[in-house]
Design a protein around this ligand. Structure first.
Ligand code: FES
Ligand code: FES
Length: 161
């Protein structure tokens, strides 16, 4: 079947079987392998994408459910010059990246949080990451990176404001 949706800001039409997951569609049909497959059953968050402004586990979304939606994957998160954005830079500078499999989902969880709550408390950041598992970092550096990004964006907003 044909599925039409917006992917990282661009409209696309893709022909796909109706019974595959959005994760499979993204990785296998569209070659966007930044979205990672961990558990495949909705428990780890490594496959997270932003769908209509909300973080979802793409392994639990059927590809046809994407029809008409706006999806952002990690490939859609970058600075205007194509390099890492401020969130990604903060993950690097805070040492929040080890093996990396959770990181696309973590970055997208951070972006989804800041879309709705630009000045989250550390407790709110923890809650926003509740569905994203990391076996390596102990989470503190990830929370630090998201908090620094929020503070940095607020500072930029104030200086423009
Ligand atoms: S691969 Fe989707 S939640 Fe783990
Ligand atoms: S950096 Fe390895 S699982 Fe998070």
């Amino acid at each position: 079947m044909q599925i039409e949706f917006t992917l990282n800001g661009k409209p696309i039409v893709v022909d796909a079987p109706p019974d595959i997951s959005l994760l499979t569609l993204l990785r296998d049909d569209l070659g966007l392998t930044g979205t990672k497959e961990g558990c495949s059953v909705g428990e780890c968050g490594s496959c997270a994408v932003i769908m209509d402004g909300r973080l979802v586990n793409s392994c639990l979304v059927l590809a046809p459910q994407a029809a008409g939606s706006e999806i952002v994957t990690i490939e859609g998160v970058h600075a205007p010059d194509g390099g890492p954005n401020d969130m990604q830079e903060n993950f690097i500078t805070h040492g929040a990246v080890q093996c990396g499999i959770c990181i696309p989902g973590m970055v997208l969880a951070g972006e989804a949080l800041l879309m709705h709550n630009p000045d989250p408390s550390r407790a709110e950041i923890r809650t926003a990451l509740a569905g994203n598992l990391c076996r390596c970092t102990g989470y503190q550096q990830i929370i630090d990176a998201i908090e620094s990004t929020a503070h940095g964006r607020l500072a930029v907003g104030e200086s423009h404001g």
